[in-house]
Design a protein around this ligand. Structure first.
Ligand code: PEP
Ligand code: MN
Length: 354
């Protein structure tokens, strides 16, 4: 089910009318890069009084569109057992579990009881609103435990009380950790709910591709300005086409890429350590300069320099690092130490401008 790469899910945040749904489905079903239509039937709203979705009538509209577009598959968010019963009644192809539900173990266990043994519907599970990878993995495990075979995770970012530039903070390290503990699990990125702004959706989508996510879930509306939910982040059909056409999809080598990104994190940490060590070394050079100055000693002391160089080269040899390379590095470091001492730079804390 989720093996096509990138697996593209697209469609409106909410189904609002038959016409709105038909327009967007017609457009997306003609795009051979779209594998699944997403469409919200019951909407979890932060505050009461807003549009909460069309409910069962929208499932009937999906069933009607399945007759018109027989090769098109539909996904609907389910949050309660009655949603599952109705989706099964209308042959919805894929269910997804939203952020507010996946973070609630009571709801997850209630939903898994309801899905158990019914049939083998593929399920996509969004991350909980807070960055707890174990809670996300736990929701996925509950579905695995009742025998659901086709599962994908959806990364939709995390609640952030600081302004992180997006609606939800992507915290990419969380889905990377999920991939590390569940390497076979496809992870789809939802740039619409991360970005919260249609203009930023393509950049987040490309970042997800650069990080080798398995797919994208993108909100597309026939007329975003009139949308009843998430109007700022939904793309028009033309904006969606432009995004898909410009997307640069990387080679499919997920495990190598994850391994590389973990190793690069280590490299970054070591580079930081190298810089900190150099900063500490130059601080000691400044202290030495003060002592030499007050005792009227020369800056360059050739015996000491020979001793430092020989000792470092011997150690480098033991550690199987090229001695030529280490000689060059040490010469540069020593030249900088001499420069600091000769320029009287040690009298102030700040390095002199080049
Ligand atoms: C949605 O996909 O429209 C939705 C409500 O998303 P989330 O659960 O990520 O907030
Ligand atoms: Mn939405």
């Amino acid at each position: 089910m989720f093996s096509k790469r990138p697996f593209i899910v697209a469609g409106p945040c909410s189904i609002e009318s038959f016409d709105q749904l038909k327009k967007v489905v017609q457009h997306l079903s003609e795009n051979n890069k779209v594998h699944l239509i997403r469409c919200g039937v019951w909407k979890p709203r932060t505050q009461p009084g807003g549009f909460e979705g069309m409910g069962e009538v929208a499932l009937r509209w999906i069933a009607d569109l399945k007759n018109i577009f027989p090769n098109t598959m539909f996904a609907v968010e389910v949050a309660q057992p009655k949603h599952i019963e109705l989706c099964l009644k209308y042959n919805i192809d894929v269910f997804w579990i939203g952020a507010r539900t996946s973070g609630n173990p009571f709801s997850m266990s209630e939903l898994s009881e309801c899905i158990k043994g019914v049939n083998n519907v593929p399920i996509m599970i969004k991350n909980p609103p807070f960055p707890d990878v174990k809670l996300w993995a736990g929701a996925i495990e509950r579905m695995k435990n009742i025998g659901v075979e086709r599962i994908a995770a959806i990364h939709r970012g995390f609640y952030s009380h600081n302004n992180c530039g997006y609606r939800n903070n992507p915290l990419w390290e969380i889905p990377i950790e999920l991939k590390r503990i569940m390497p076979e699990l496809p992870i789809i990125c939802d740039p619409s709910h991360i970005a919260g702004d249609a203009k930023l959706v393509p950049t987040v989508a490309q970042t997800a591709m650069d990080m080798n996510f398995d797919g994208l879930m993108i909100e597309v509306h026939s007329d975003p300005q009139l949308a009843l939910t998430d109007k700022h982040q939904q793309l028009s059909c033309q904006e969606f086409d432009a995004l898909i056409n410009k997307l640069n999809v990387k080679n499919n080598n997920t495990s190598a890429d994850i391994e590389l990104s973990l190793l690069r994190k280590n490299i970054d940490a070591l580079d930081d350590e190298l810089l900190q060590t150099l900063a500490k070394r130059f601080e000691i050079v400044r202290q030495i300069a003060k002592i030499k100055n007050s005792n009227n000693l020369s800056v360059l002391q050739i015996d000491r320099w020979n001793e430092v160089l020989n000792k470092t080269i011997c150690k480098a040899e033991e550690m199987k690092i090229s001695t030529d390379f280490i000689r060059k590095i040490m010469e540069q470091i020593h030249a900088e130490s001499v420069r600091i001492q000769c320029n009287n730079e040690w009298k102030s804390d700040k390095p002199a401008k080049e």
